[in-house]
Design a protein around this ligand. Sequence first.
Ligand SMILES: NC(=O)c1ccc[n+]([C@@H]2O[C@H](COP(=O)([O-])OP(=O)(O)OC[C@H]3O[C@@H](n4cnc5c(N)ncnc54)[C@H](O)[C@@H]3O)[C@@H](O)[C@H]2O)c1
Ligand SMILES: O=C(O)C[C@H](O)C(=O)O
Length: 313
Amino acid sequence: MAITRKKITVVGAGFTGATTALMLAQKELGDVVLLDIPQLENPTKGKALDMLEASPVQGFDSHIVGTSSYEDAKDSDIVIITAGVARKPGMSRDDLVNTNAGIVKSVCESVKTHAPNSTVIILSNPVDAMTYVAYHSLGFPKNRVIGQSGVLDTARYCTFIAQELNVSVEDVRGFVLGGHGDDMVPLVRYSSVGGIPIDTLIPKDRIEAIVQRTRVGGGEIVNLLGNGSAYYAPAASLVQMTEAILKDKKRILPVIALLEGEYGYQDLFMGVPVILGGDGIEKVFELELTPEEKAALDKSAESVRSVTSVVTL
Ligand SMILES: NC(=O)c1ccc[n+]([C@@H]2O[C@H](COP(=O)([O-])OP(=O)(O)OC[C@H]3O[C@@H](n4cnc5c(N)ncnc54)[C@H](O)[C@@H]3O)[C@@H](O)[C@H]2O)c1
Ligand SMILES: O=C(O)C[C@H](O)C(=O)O
């Protein structure tokens, strides 16, 4: 019996989209369709072909095609949306809201037509608001519309903790909740190294510095790059989410989910820990928060609400 491979479409073949496509293929998570606008069809085909030609060297058998046609995305299992503009130094993610809302809306119209059973992961910024836009444009059930922020923010947080203690990143566990903005909420109380709570190992002022560096981690990269934003760690985060879904791994990861009463928020897309598996978001975990943690999450939720409110659907 022929084995049907999974099909993953990455919309937007820029820095994050192209990097994601390559990482997905390297892990053989499925065949990859890399899609960008018609004006960039040849460069998109060129990037895909270049990646494919790496496959004999690296020994992966995923196919990769570049295209500007949604026909090629037909019946995708997963669609990852990276289409849109990135910020430059001096800008906030929220400055992108109007431009990217239009792009995400038009992409979702095509996804709805050509891949109606897909699970959709949104990366375009401001990503909490763009996930809200995608949900309403797609009309898919809430478990199949997922935003990426918490995996990346947590990865940055864990990187800084590992650096601080000079220990393996593999032994660091942590969580970042809330919106993908400068008031996101790294949860120190739920962070540990090899099972040891970090607040017993790292002085308070150093933890505060790590929390603050995490909050502005995207901006740190934007300032260093000078013309664009991070893409290696964002791509790795998208791949981890895709793998959790396609392999039904039931990972517990922080992702942007529709909240309908959880944590006291209604009709809000924001980062929370979930079970991510074959059905997409299979469960949202409601953690016990201290009054200080809840106040910080409320502040982050307010920022998300404020940028989401300017979007016209
Ligand atoms: N959520 C996160 O954690 C996170 C992380 C990194 C980047 N981002 C966001 O992801 C987006 C992409 O970042 P990037 O660095 O890849 O930018 P980029 O400029 O390198 O690539 C964006 C691509 O989208 C394409 N595009 C624009 N309109 C399109 C459309 N209608 N259909 C298909 N493709 C279209 C562009 O042609 C371009 O190739 C930005 O909004 C950025 O802020 C979010
Ligand atoms: O910071 C950005 O604008 C891109 C992304 O959201 C990130 O956190 O790297």
